[in-house]
Design a protein around this ligand. Structure first.
Ligand code: PYC
Length: 398
């Protein structure tokens, strides 16, 4: 029988730090906090580790964002992802295969050029390609003027790629446990206790647990958890649907995104095509796929890759995206409640942020102060009118 990667524990009466959410952001935070020397940490997960966005995304990694704050942060994450398999002693299958964002209109090309210039200024490898160059690297793509939205150019980002997302979650969980972190599955936080403006603990379905510091790292469910401490977030939760096909001989050796057509696809080492859409048009907590998504996706992807007319879908699903108005995350101390910290607002970017998000969130909790890298992601930017502007870097515009 194979060895289990982590153990089950009795829930203790109290911890120094409780992290709500056993996804990549919560587990990475626990791991880096324990590495910094913090003891007595519990991660409480209402289902099982990786149940939420960490197990439902399309595993794309990239750092070709638009704003300097976003580019630096995701570049830190990419750098950490590169060494992560070694650090966590687990095969994460990171394939740096190159990432195309196609442009189909003058305005989308102009947005991509701005990103290329901003990336270059910060030493992130990304540049524009013309349709012929695109065709040279993606022979199956249709660059004629037949499609409704002909390909006019692309932002190409050679370091972008894919990684095995489940493995990332398991590896953080395994190494956090080794450092003494307790990870509790099937443990739901039902309420949060605050006394004299200070966090004192949480009520769970397995009993009361005291803690001095509490982190909400639940992405799509952030508004629900923060509602328990009376905090209203500038977040709306939308489903995003994705699917995988049956396995085919390897033919697609890069990640391809079309913002205008609202689609992206890549091929795994097993040969499956992993295909995703933009967020749905309605706020919802449902995680089921719809026929409308499958039909719309198929129609759009065939405009780019007519060779896909016969592929068979194996399964489809939805994940929840906690969208902020500026498409930037919120990693922040909450000044009104001593000991309460928030990591959320990831929208469609949460998985790729994992290592940098975990490291900087851990540092914030450890020092009780946000590190410079994440100052721009403060909760208070919505009050101070200092919003960012990462919408144009979304893979798929909505
Ligand atoms: O930002 O790369 C991205 C992405 C892909 C799928 C959802 N977001």
């Amino acid at each position: 029988m194979s060895k289990r990667l982590w153990k089950s524990h009795e829930l203790k009466k109290g911890y120094d730090v409780v992290i709500i959410g056993g996804g990549v952001n919560g587990l990475a935070t626990a791991y880096y906090l324990a590495k910094m020397g913090m003891k007595n940490i519990a991660v409480l997960e209402s289902k099982f580790v990786g149940y939420g966005g960490s197990g439902r995304n399309t595993a794309i990694l990239r750092s070709n964002y638009r704003t300097p704050e976003g580019i630096r942060f995701y570049e830190q994450s990419m750098g950490m992802y590169r060494d992560l398999a070694q650090e966590l002693d687990y095969n994460l299958m990171f394939s740096e295969q190159g990432h195309f964002t196609l442009g189909h209109s003058e305005s989308s090309i102009s947005g991509l050029v701005t990103r290329a210039e901003n990336n270059k200024a910060l030493n992130v490898n990304s540049y524009m390609l013309d349709p012929k160059e695109i065709k040279g690297m993606l022979p199956e793509i249709d660059i004629t003027d037949h499609p409704r939205y002909p390909v006019m150019g692309a932002l190409y980002h050679p370091p972008g790629g894919i990684i095995r997302h489940d493995a990332v979650v398991w590896a953080y969980c395994k190494e956090a446990e080794k450092l003494g972190v307790e990870v509790h599955n099937l443990t739901t936080v039902e309420d949060v206790s605050i006394k004299n403006g200070k966090i004192t603990g949480v009520k769970t379905n397995r009993g009361q647990v005291s803690c001095g510091k509490l982190l909400s790292a639940v992405a799509g469910w952030s508004s629900e958890v923060c509602g328990k401490v009376g905090l209203k977030l500038p977040i709306a939760t939308y489903p995003l649907q994705a699917m995988v096909t049956e396995s085919y001989k390897p033919w697609l050796h890069h990640v391809v995104v079309s913002s205008t057509l609202h689609i992206y696809l890549s091929q795994t080492d097993r040969g499956e095509l992993v295909c995703g859409n933009g967020i749905d048009n309605y706020t919802h907590y449902g995680m089921q796929s719809t026929l409308g998504f499958l039909e719309g996706y198929a129609a759009h992807v065939l405009e780019l890759f007519p060779i896909l007319h016969n592929v068979k879908v194996q399964r489809s699903w939805a994940g929840l995206c906690d969208m902020t108005p500026d498409y930037g995350p919120i990693i922040s101390k909450i000044n009104e409640i001593e000991g309460f910290y928030l990591n959320g607002g990831w929208g469609t970017y949460g998985f790729k942020a994992g290592p940098a998000s975990g490291y900087n969130t851990a540092k914030m909790i450890f020092d009780d102060k946000e590190p410079e890298m994440i100052e721009a992601f403060s909760f208070y930017r919505f009050q101070n009118n200092t919003l960012g502007g990462e919408k144009a870097a979304a893979s798929v515009g909505n």
